[in-house]
Ligand binder design. Structure first.
Ligand code: GLN
Length: 253
């Protein structure tokens, strides 16, 4: 046990050393963005490359900041911790601003709205959100707001932990729905549309579950970067760039 502690301390010291020395010009020019690239049209793979609304907006922000954007794909649930510890400069992943998350990271100005949607197989007995009960199996993406709301207690508008089946990727939740392992999937509406388009026999219910705001997360102690990002992002919203990028990926209904 002592050895492990000693090793941990040694590692922590080495890490501190590198962080302290990390302020060289090259590193300062790179804007590291953590995302989870299974979230079309915000972030997804096109061949080897991560593309989408978030990737394009981030590239424009980096350009305004005179920095080079580097996108790192990780599990959605590790983004906030990674930003908090400085492993990544920003997290941008169709990420919803919540009170809970605001306790650990700061959020930029919001740049998009998300809606939690419900996907069911065609002909499902679940016709509206009110038909979902704690006896159903509800697929969600791990650590997302859909996961958080659905696993909340019934009194708080959720269905309880036992009803919820979390998956690492949204695509895995949808695959489980297609194979009948879960009865519905609660996930953000734009990826929901993409998943339904890519899989036969699925529909999105008309009823909306929750509406939320997307923003970029930045470490609490990095106010300077947050300000720069907000200035750049607000400029891109004001001059119509953000709208143009969104329209490129999302056709108006
Ligand atoms: N908007 C949801 C959240 O912030 C889902 C984001 C995602 O899966 N990339 O929790």
């Amino acid at each position: 046990m002592k050895k492990i502690i000693a090793l941990a301390l040694a590692l922590a010291t080495i890490c501190c050393f590198f962080t302290a020395c990390g302020g060289n010009a090259d590193e300062d020019k790179t804007l590291t963005m953590a995302t989870n690239a299974t979230f079309p049209p915000y972030e997804f793979y096109e061949g080897e490359k991560i593309v989408g609304i978030d990737a394009e907006i981030a590239a424009k922000i980096a350009e305004k900041l005179g920095m080079e954007l580097e996108i790192q794909d990780t599990e959605f649930g590790s983004i906030i911790a990674g930003v908090q510890t400085g492993k990544y400069d920003i997290g941008m992943a169709g990420m919803t601003v919540t009170e809970e998350r605001l306790k650990t990271v700061n959020f930029s100005t919001t740049y998009a709205t998300g809606v939690q949607a419900i996907i069911v197989p065609e002909g499902s007995a679940i016709k509206t959100v009110d038909d979902i009960t704690p006896e159903h199996k509800i697929g969600v993406q791990q650590d997302t707001t859909g996961h958080i709301y659905a696993s909340d207690s019934v009194e708080n508008g959720g269905y309880g932990e036992d009803a919820v089946v979390p998956f690492n990727k949204g695509t895995d939740a949808v695959a489980a729905l297609v194979s009948g392992k879960v009865d519905c999937v609660i996930i953000d509406n734009e990826p929901a549309k993409a998943y339904v388009a890519a899989n036969d026999g699925l529909v999105i219910l008309d009823t909306e579950y929750v509406t939320e705001d997307y923003a970029i997360c930045v470490a609490k102690d990095n106010e300077e970067l947050l300000e720069k990002i907000n200035t750049a992002l607000e400029g891109l919203i004001a001059d119509g760039t953000v709208e143009e990028i969104v329209n490129k990926y999302i056709s108006a209904e």
